[in-house]
Design a binder for this molecule. Structure first.
Ligand SMILES: Nc1nc2c(ncn2[C@@H]2O[C@H](COP(=O)(O)OP(=O)(O)OP(=O)(O)O)[C@@H](O)[C@H]2O)c(=O)[nH]1
Ligand SMILES: [Mg+2]
Length: 304
């Protein structure tokens, strides 16, 4: 299955659930009344967009409905994709294109190492000079795991033995990157719970060292597992409060009914979703497109 169809397939549960909810409402008739708006809002909330973004989307549509004179529920649903897409701030396009140092952060098992490897591969294929840094010196197999990805992507890697200071590994990675003329430095960090004060402080320290030593712009990317649903929003808030994030990658969209979390995170944090993980393989990484994403989430009522 191709990347796009895998993504569409993964999101199909969200889409079908939404369509079922909407069909129940539309069966009563196409009138755009209070029941319709309430039903629409509820259906959006159930897709894991979060109450606040669902409310914003519905309010935007409501005022548009008056302004543009939508005649019935189908007119509204036709405009729904645009309204969802409007929740995503700009900045996804070309996020990794300029020379930069990127740190991937997130809770345990969210897909940081996998995403680091996939992005390395994409960049290498595009002719970039890439180096990976393994700042996960905590987990036993972390170094070997990133080494496998470095080999697959055919890029260099800087790692030290387990238990080393992650900030020093970053320092060394940047130094080596400089020597190699690397224009993309990708640093994988250890998974940590956003609720663990000690580990969050450690990460703040790592970021401070990187910023100080950096010869290129530094970008902090949070990796969120879509299947965690609304907990992903809490993670995003805590990581953003501690680090001031630049972008978000949403992973595991190949098998979830919780794709709405991307909307919630983008809405609350006002940071771009920069890539989507749609599988475990080297190539399973998709560029983010707001309208595409909206369409996969709620379907396309206009097309029917
Ligand atoms: N289906 C699917 N699985 C994924 C995706 N991204 C990562 N995984 C899987 O999720 C698991 C965890 O991925 P890792 O990349 O090791 O996650 P991590 O955040 O580095 O984990 P820690 O370093 O332990 O915190 C692995 O089994 C990956 O193959 C994705 O987009 N889709
Ligand atoms: Mg990892």
């Amino acid at each position: 299955m191709g990347l796009i169809s895998r993504f569409k397939e993964g999101m199909s549960k969200t889409r079908e659930a939404f369509r079922e909810d909407m069909n129940l409402i539309l069966n009563r008739g196409p009138a755009v009344d209070d029941d319709f708006w309430d039903g629409l809002e509820e259906a959006l909330i159930v897709s894991d967009m979060g109450v606040y973004s669902a409310t914003t989307i519905v309010e935007r549509l409501r005022s548009e409905a008056v302004r543009k004179g939508y005649r019935d529920a189908y007119d509204v649903l036709e405009a729904l994709n645009d309204s969802i897409a409007a929740e995503f701030p700009e900045g996804a396009e070309g996020f990794f294109d300029e020379p930069c140092i990127v740190l991937f952060v997130g809770v345990n098992g969210s897909g940081k190492t996998t995403t680091t490897g996939k992005i390395a591969k994409q960049a290498k294929d595009a002719g970039r000079q890439v180096i990976l840094g393994c700042a996960d010196t905590f987990r036993a197999a972390a170094i070997e795991q990133l080494e496998v990805w470095a080999e697959r992507a055919d890029v260099r890697i800087c790692a030290r033995e387990r238990g080393s200071d992650p900030a020093s590994v970053c320092y060394e990675t940047i130094e080596r990157g400089e020597q190699d003329g690397a224009d993309l430095v990708l640093i994988d960090t250890a998974g940590r719970l956003h609720t663990s004060a000690d580990l969050m402080r450690e990460l703040e320290k790592v970021v401070a060292v990187v910023r100080k030593r950096a010869n290129l712009p530094v970008k902090l990317v949070l990796v969120i597992d879509a299947t965690t649903g609304q907990n992903g929003l809490q993670q995003a808030r805590e990581f953003n409060d501690a680090l001031d994030l630049d972008g978000v990658v949403i992973t595991k969209l190949d098998g979830t009914a919780k794709g709405g979390i991307a909307v919630a995170v983008a809405h609350y944090l006002q940071i771009p979703v920069v890539k989507l993980g749609v599988g475990e393989g080297l190539e399973d990484l998709k560029d983010f497109d707001a309208r595409d994403y909206a369409r996969s989430l709620v379907g396309d009522f206009a097309a029917e």
